[in-house]
Design a protein around this ligand. Structure first.
Ligand code: ATP
Ligand code: GLY
Length: 504
């Protein structure tokens, strides 16, 4: 295999080789924009989602989780505005027929930010800048808008027109009344959902960044519009310092600012306390996942790129080798969705306040993708280590695929039997451990380092004498000798603290 060049390419290569991510339908040549999780990747993804759920849903008293359908009738998307507005500018090469997102192509060729410009203006820029097909140099067509909904039909013989949902949010709006009534909910309350979303992206690329099938973790927080600044949790996070890149700074060509969330809300840079609350939590969460703070920022969306339903967006962006990419969208969706669904369905979607008034709640929406953060974590945790002789992932223990590898030093003299005993004891106690007796101990360390396992337990000849084992730290390669009976306690401390620091 040729030596991978960039860090991203090395991460991609690791993902394929070590069971993290595979291209979908690879034996048939693959299908652009679709990837699948392998046995190691699925463990990381599951833990990442579980940690999200714990941090953003379970920690709150009033956020309810649902699981909705992936396919919904097109009437839903007519009301939501996706049939009309969910479009990207498309240009096609007249020679090789390759398709491109015109705004991305212009940005990459000229550095000009052109997202949200109408197709005629994009065509004009393509011509003025003499941009041709990046694949074959051919002439590009005029730009036209392309709808990203993945369409299907339900039922035999051209049944009802339907689409795969482009965001998990819509099921939440559709079920709003049922949730409100069945949970006897009171404003403010939130509804969360984790699941797949689909977009027929024009040019999927950058590995997991632009996919056609991806996972979202979304919360729609329903609030009384007059009480968007009544957020109980805000006091707890107001001193969290975040990196904010305002629309004004972008226009003036200035940099991000470091600012406390409380101050940003006071100065009107963030529209309300609910939005500030989620943004502060997001910043803390990504720090706990191993993303350095310099690689994190909230970018205020410029008016021309703000989605049709939003009164203001802040994207949490993470820096990759190819620049900052949105990983979480924070939108102030106002009453747009409930109002539209109410109009289109004829169903009353207002609530009655304790004061007896009928109102349509406003919505603050933190919308997380899973695959972009997943890739960002792998990228930022990837350590290129010449000294050690292999590259490895410094994954935080809470999302590492296993907490420890269990190894007999050699596969003879009763060591494998003893190691299996230890392995079984740990597994039965509920810890994710992996057993390996193949190859030299160095190779086995390398294999678990590569997939981000924080600890390695080695059973050696001394173990047979005194029931002690060595515990090796992935990050420092330091080792300590401990009693087998202490292992469960050590593992629990590592899990609880999300760190191995106080063990070594
Ligand atoms: P972009 O401008 O990069 O296309 P977006 O503004 O369309 O992103 P949102 O609609 O705000 O993204 O979606 C919310 C989140 O869902 C994003 O922050 C991202 O993590 C994820 N997401 C959206 N589109 C994709 C995609 N095509 N592939 C992977 N993840 C995606
Ligand atoms: N729910 C926001 C989005 O996916 O765009």
């Amino acid at each position: 295999m040729p030596e991978a060049r960039s860090k991203t390419e090395k991460v991609v290569e690791l993902c394929k080789r070590r069971g993290i991510i595979f291209p979908a339908a690879e034996i048939y040549g693959g299908i652009a924009g679709f990837f699948e999780y392998g046995p190691v990747g699925v463990r990381i993804k599951r833990k990442l989602i579980e940690d999200w759920r714990k941090f953003f849903v379970e920690s709150e008293e009033n956020i309810y989780e649902i699981e909705g359908c992936l396919i919904l009738p097109d009437k839903v998307f007519e009301a939501s505005g996706h049939l009309e507005h969910f479009v990207d500018p498309l240009t096609q090469c007249k020679s090789c027929k390759a398709m491109f997102r015109a705004d991305n192509l212009i940005e990459e060729s000229t550095g000009k930010f052109v997202e949200g410009l109408p197709p005629e203006e994009l065509t004009k820029i393509l011509r003025e800048e003499r941009i041709s097909c990046p694949k074959c140099g051919g002439e590009l067509s005029d730009v036209k808008m392309f709808n990203l909904l993945l369409k299907t039909e339900v039922g035999p013989a051209g049944g009802e027109k339907a689409s795969l949902r482009p965001e998990t949010a819509q099921n939440i709006f559709l079920n709003f009344k049922r949730i409100y009534q069945s949970m006897r909910a009171k404003l403010p309350f939130g509804v969360a959902q984790v699941g797949k979303s689909f977009r027929n992206e024009i040019s999927p690329r950058q590995f997991l960044v632009r996919l056609r099938e991806f996972t979202q973790c979304e919360i729609e927080m329903f609030v009384d519009p007059r009480k968007v600044n009544e957020c109980e949790g805000f006091e707890r996070v107001k001193d969290v310092s975040i990196r904010l890149y305002t629309a004004e700074a972008q226009r003036k060509g200035e940099r991000e600012m470091e600012i406390k969330v409380g101050e940003a809300v006071e100065k009107g840079l963030i529209p309300n306390k609910w939005m500030g609350y989620f943004m502060a939590k997001e910043f803390l969460w990504f720090l706990s996942l191993g993303i350095p703070r310099e690689a994190l920022r909230f970018r205020q969306m410029l008016p021309e790129e703000t989605p049709h339903y939003s009164k203001g967006n802040f994207d949490l962006e993470i820096e990759f080798e190819f620049g900052f990419k949105e990983c979480v969208g924070n939108a102030y969706r106002s009453d747009y969705d409930l109002r539209r669904h109410s109009q289109f369905s004829g169903e009353e979607l207002a609530v009655v306040t304790p004061e007896g008034e009928k109102i349509i709640p406003h919505v603050i929406e933190p919308s997380f993708g899973v695959e972009r953060p997943f890739l960002a974590i792998l990228y930022h945790c990837f350590v290129e280590d010449k000294e050690r002789g292999w590259n490895w992932l410094a994954l935080p223990p809470k999302i590492s695929p296993f907490i420890a590898g269990v190894f007999p030093l050699v596969s003879k003299d009763g060591l494998p039997e003893k190691a299996k005993e230890v392995y079984k004891m740990l597994k039965e106690s509920g810890f994710d451990v992996v057993y390996d007796e193949k190859g030299s101990i160095g190779k086995r360390y390398a294999r678990i380092d590569e997939i981000g396992v924080p600890l390695a337990i080695t059973i050696d000849y001394q173990t047979l004498q005194d029931d002690t084992v060595t515990v090796r730290d992935r990050d420092t390669t330091k080792q300590v000798r401990v009693k087998i009976l202490e292992l469960k306690d050590i593992f629990q401390r590592v899990v609880d603290k999300n760190s191995t620091k106080d063990i070594f």
